[in-house]
Design a protein around this ligand. Structure first.
Ligand code: SF4
Length: 444
């Protein structure tokens, strides 16, 4: 690209959903002839895509804005924290513009105002799958915005509004383009993947001459036609989730579910206003495992929610013990400004929260280590993410990028593996997060 192109720096913070927004903005900037540069010095203006989900993310976002102002001076703020412009202006009165999540038009007009575009369609060739911030072999596929639930600790619905699903044919066409661009693994994201299409009354749409419903099962059936690894995130344990487990057993969908259970005490779940039936969760998990024994279940939990008693917490530990989930993340409850849970009585003292978090993590570490140890001696299909010296670092079907474990392949470089390759790996060892192995599925 020529040196005279206007240059934009980009800082992307937050969750995979924010990453998808960043990718859309970056794609649009490239379409309009802007050059994306990796340093503050080289940029004419800097866009900061912020996160505002928890207080530490707010602080991180405000710091990032401050750094961009100090280093560059011309800063456009967008993303979740953009829903609270007064907080941003109070800390950084000099930002050029503030907009909320998915407000691509406002970001683009702020960039135009600061830095007029110089479009040259013959120079600015762009692959038709857009620009991705994730490595080329995997991509996030956002199927909806917003959420119809009102979990008491969460402010996403007040920032992003009610659920708006993308029609299934539009999502499938995007997935098809990604596949053509070299993507091998799709990570389906939303606020509530199991609610997909409810706002569209599950409208049927045509794709490749066949009808698919705008609902989780229809989407999964369509995606399975592409022959990629497809991984579902943010699914809630509704009864209709049972319908997609056979697709996993048939190898059409990765046998992986990311289900944020958050707690197991019915009383706390009620205070959290969580969606999905809670009483039958263990039976449901067992049924899924009967249909698809290979299934990996990942979840997240909050400990120390307001009102959580020792008894509630013990109920959570006992659930963890019985459910034997494969991957678990946990957080000590931290109040989010604007969340209704802040008004609940019975705040748990910080040291009790930390002590419960440590007990919770110690129990899960044993469960995870034990489950991974059972994989030693098996052969796993692994997708390679990177080569690091002699090692190839990849992930099995049980591992989502960034949040789960890795498979370290000791002879990966010698075997000529490259990022995006699939290979069969004999697992030789494990710890509580990762697996270690060698290429090849021979016994010797
Ligand atoms: S399901 Fe609950 S936690 Fe998730 S986005 Fe909706 S309100 Fe927030």
């Amino acid at each position: 690209m020529s040196a005279s192109h206007p240059k934009v720096g980009f800082v992307s913070l937050g969750c995979p959903k924010a990453l998808v927004d960043s990718e859309r903005i970056l794609t649009q900037l490239r379409v309009e002839g802007y050059e994306i540069v990796p340093s503050y010095d080289a940029a004419d203006v800097v866009v900061v895509n912020t996160c505002g989900f928890i207080d530490s993310a707010v602080a991180e976002s405000l710091d990032a804005i401050g750094e961009a102002i100090a280093e560059n001076g011309k800063v456009i703020v967008t993303g979740c924290l953009g829903k609270r412009p007064e907080q941003i202006r109070a800390a950084h009165p000099d930002v050029l513009s503030i907009s909320g999540p998915q407000d691509y038009a406002s970001v683009m007009s702020a960039v135009h105002a600061a830095l007029p575009p110089r479009h040259d369609p013959f120079v600015d060739l762009l692959p038709d799958y857009g620009l991705k911030l994730t490595p080329k072999h995997y991509a996030y596929l956002k199927i909806s915005e917003g959420c119809n639930h009102r979990c008491s600790f969460c402010i996403i619905p007040s920032m992003r509004g009610d659920l708006v699903s993308r029609p299934v044919d539009e999502v499938l066409r995007e997935a098809e383009k990604l596949a053509r661009g070299g993507v091998k693994e799709l990570l389906v994201v939303s606020q509530d993947t199991s609610a997909y299409g409810v706002d569209m009354k599950y409208a049927a749409r045509e794709w490749r001459g066949k009808e698919y419903q705008t609902r989780m099962k229809g989407l999964c059936e369509g995606l399975s036609e592409l022959g990629l690894w497809t991984r579902l995130h943010y699914v809630y344990p509704y009864p209709h989730v049972d319908d997609i487990i056979p697709l996993m057993a048939e190898g059409k969908l990765l046998p992986y579910l990311d289900i944020p259970f958050q707690h197991a005490s019915p009383r706390i779940l009620k205070l959290m206003k969580r969606p999905g039936a809670v009483d039958k969760t263990l039976e449901r998990i067992q049924r899924w495992r009967d249909i698809c024994p290979e299934i990996t279940i990942r979840s997240t939990f909050i400990v120390g929610f307001p009102g959580e008693t020792e008894e509630d917490f013990e109920q959570l530990l006992s659930f963890l013990d019985q459910a034997e989930l494969d991957r678990v993340g946990a957080f000590a409850y931290s109040p989010v400004e604007g969340a209704t849970a802040n008004a609940l009585p019975g705040a748990v003292p910080e040291e009790v929260k930390q002590e419960r978090l440590a007990r919770f993590m110690a129990l899960q570490a044993e469960i995870s280590a034990d489950k991974l140890e059972r994989k030693v001696g098996t052969v796993q299909t692994v997708i390679i993410d990177e080569i690091d010296g002699e090692l190839a670092i990849g992930r099995s079907k049980a591992d989502a990028p960034e949040i789960d474990g890795l498979v370290q392949i000791q002879d990966g470089a010698a075997a000529g593996l490259k990022p995006g390759d699939f290979c069969e790996v004999r697992i030789m060892g494990s710890d509580e997060h990762d697996l270690f192995g060698l290429v090849g599925d021979d016994e010797d």
